[in-house]
Design a protein around this ligand. Structure first.
Ligand code: ATP
Length: 144
C-alpha cells in the first residue's frame, strides 16, 4: 500500500454569551462525523501559514470570523485509507474566540455547523482524538 501525509489546521472556537460559554462544532458532509472546522494547509495557496489556514477554514466551514487567542496549537494524529493510499494525518487546532458571523453560513464541505455548551459538545464529537484535543484546549482556555 502507498503512503501519504496530510497536514490540516483548524479552530476550536468559543463564544461567550453573558456567563455561558459555547463551542463551535461541524458535521462533515461526506463522512458525517462531528468535529471541529479544519482543512488542508495551503490547498489553494502554497506556503500558506498554518494560522491563516486555520482562520480560513473556520470562516469557510464554520461560517464565522474568529481570532486566535493562544499561539500554541494542539496536535492530533490519525490514519485512514483512501483508494490505495494509507494516509497519515496530522491536524493542528488553535484555541479561538468568536468575533462575528453565523454558523448557518458554512460552506458545502459541512452538513451543519452550530455552537454547543461543553457537555453537549463532548457528547456530540465523533472522534476520541477530538475529545482529547478539546480537553487540552479547555486547560489553555481556563488558564487564560
Ligand atoms: P480536511 O477537513 O482536513 O480537508 P477531509 O475532509 O479530507 O479532511 P477527514 O475529515 O480527515 O477528511 O476524514 C478522513 C477520514 O478520517 C474519514 O474516514 C473520517 O471518518 C476520519 N477522521 C476524521 N477526523 C478524524 C479524527 N479526528 N480522528 C480519527 N479519524 C478521523
Amino acid at each position: 500500500m502507498k503512503h501519504k501525509e496530510e497536514v490540516s489546521a483548524g479552530g476550536i472556537v468559543y463564544k461567550k454569551i453573558d456567563s455561558k460559554i459555547l463551542w463551535l462544532i461541524t458535521q462533515h458532509s461526506q463522512h458525517k462525523g462531528w468535529s471541529f472546522p479544519k482543512g488542508l494547509i495551503g490547498d489553494e495557496n502554497k506556503g500558506e501559514p498554518m494560522e491563516e489556514a486555520a482562520l480560513r477554514e473556520v470562516q469557510e466551514e464554520g461560517g464565522v470570523k474568529a481570532k486566535i487567542v493562544n499561539k500554541e496549537p494542539v496536535k492530533i494524529s490519525y490514519k485512514y485509507r483512501f483508494e490505495d493510499y494509507l494516509i497519515d494525518k496530522n491536524v493542528y487546532y488553535f484555541l479561538m474566540e468568536y468575533i462575528s458571523g453565523d454558523p448557518k453560513d458554512h460552506d458545502w464541505e459541512v452538513a451543519e455547523a452550530r455552537f454547543l455548551p461543553q457537555d453537549e459538545l463532548l457528547q456530540t464529537l465523533s472522534f476520541k482524538t477530538d475529545k482529547e484535543a478539546f480537553q487540552t484546549i479547555l486547560d489553555k482556555f481556563e488558564k487564560g
